[in-house]
Design a protein. Structure first.
Length: 337
């Protein structure tokens, strides 16, 4: 039976979440290669070389944590249920290493995960296309579905609600709730893959490959923040070959950048006022312009709407819209676990 551990402080929870080579719910999509927040090497680095891993941090992460109680209150209001907010708590599966930290629990059957997305329109939060049960794709990003299924596995619960908070200037007008039901065949597939990865790379000690070449460079740069000596060594045959190829690619990239800009201009003309253009190799489309304001208008509107109207009346609030952003989406095959 899964056990829920409650820790006395955030520091104690942080210390326990990776102890014993635990795999957390947020790490599972990274291991499977479907997370926008890192890959399998990042998970290995969290356990073995935490100094080279840049995890989510900073004011945006803290703002999400601070905002959880309000998001859960809105969820409880919309669902008509009583939720038990959990912070610094962790489910540990009977296997001793699979873990998940719920944002909240609903009775003895369900759990809740709050996700904050800074998307200006609901349409930006589009289906991932991954099919998990039957022929119905979950209308949420794949990594969120994987995280919810892992939380179900670790907790032994029947379902997990994902509360998507999509700010648009008012107090949660775009809250969406998705219920992920327990689906054992899918969970078993995920557990099998994660177990094999953990046994190979954490228990067995085999260092996984870097997720990208850029990551390789970043890790080496962090390990060597400044040169230990002034020596410049002569390249051997292998290194000389890499240097030559690097020089070729740098030269080619300058020409490629110029051609890319030209093609972007021509494609933008073809799209015009339409949303986008698609073809065999992928699609290009207009994104939503970023609106920058002189004040945090969403907070002012939520907490002091009368003050905002007064500021607007006196022309003390200014906004500026940037040029329309551009997005290229290459064709990708469907991913099934």
């Amino acid at each position: 039976m899964s056990t829920l551990h409650q820790f006395e402080s955030r520091e104690a929870w942080l210390s326990a979440r990776l102890a014993g080579d635990k795999i957390t719910a947020s790490q599972v999509p990274m291991i499977l290669g479907v997370s926008p927040y890192g890959g399998a090497f990042d998970v290995w680095a969290q356990h073995r070389e935490p100094d080279v891993f840049d995890g989510p941090s900073g004011p945006q992460l803290q703002a999400g944590l601070d905002d959880e109680p309000r998001a859960l209150a809105e969820y409880a209001r919309l669902q008509g249920v009583i939720v038990e907010h959990k912070r610094d708590a962790m489910f540990v599966h009977p296997n001793g290493w699979a873990s998940a930290s719920p944002d909240a629990l609903v009775g003895h059957l369900g759990g809740v995960e709050v996700k904050h997305f800074d998307h200006p329109t609901w349409s930006e939060w589009s289906p991932s296309g991954a099919v998990w049960a039957g022929d119905e794709p979950y209308p949420i990003p794949e990594f969120v579905a994987v995280q919810a299924l892992w939380s179900i596995y670790c907790s032994g619960r029947a379902w997990w609600d994902v509360v998507a908070v999509l700010p648009s200037g008012r107090r949660y007008p775009d809250t969406r709730i998705f219920t992920i039901m327990r689906h054992d065949p899918t969970i078993n597939t995920i557990v099998e893959k994660v177990t094999a990865w953990r046994d190979r790379h954490l228990v067995g000690g085999e260092r996984p490959p870097y997720d990208t070449g850029a990551q390789h460079f970043e890790v080496v740069a962090k390990r060597n923040p400044r040169p230990a000596s002034d020596d410049v060594v002569d390249a051997d045959e292998e290194a000389a070959g890499m240097l030559s190829r690097y020089a070729e690619l740098v030269a080619a990239s300058k020409w490629a950048d110029a051609e890319i800009d030209t093609l972007k201009g021509k494609l933008a003309e073809l799209i015009g006022e339409r949303k986008g253009l698609r073809g065999p190799a992928g699609s290009v489309s207009w994104g939503t312009p970023t609106v920058r304001s002189s004040l945090s208008l969403s907070r002012v509107e939520a907490e002091a709407p009368d003050l905002l109207e007064l500021l607007k009346a006196r022309n003390l609030v200014t906004t500026a819209e940037t040029a329309r952003p551009w997005r290229f989406t290459p064709k990708k095959p469907k991913v099934t676990p």
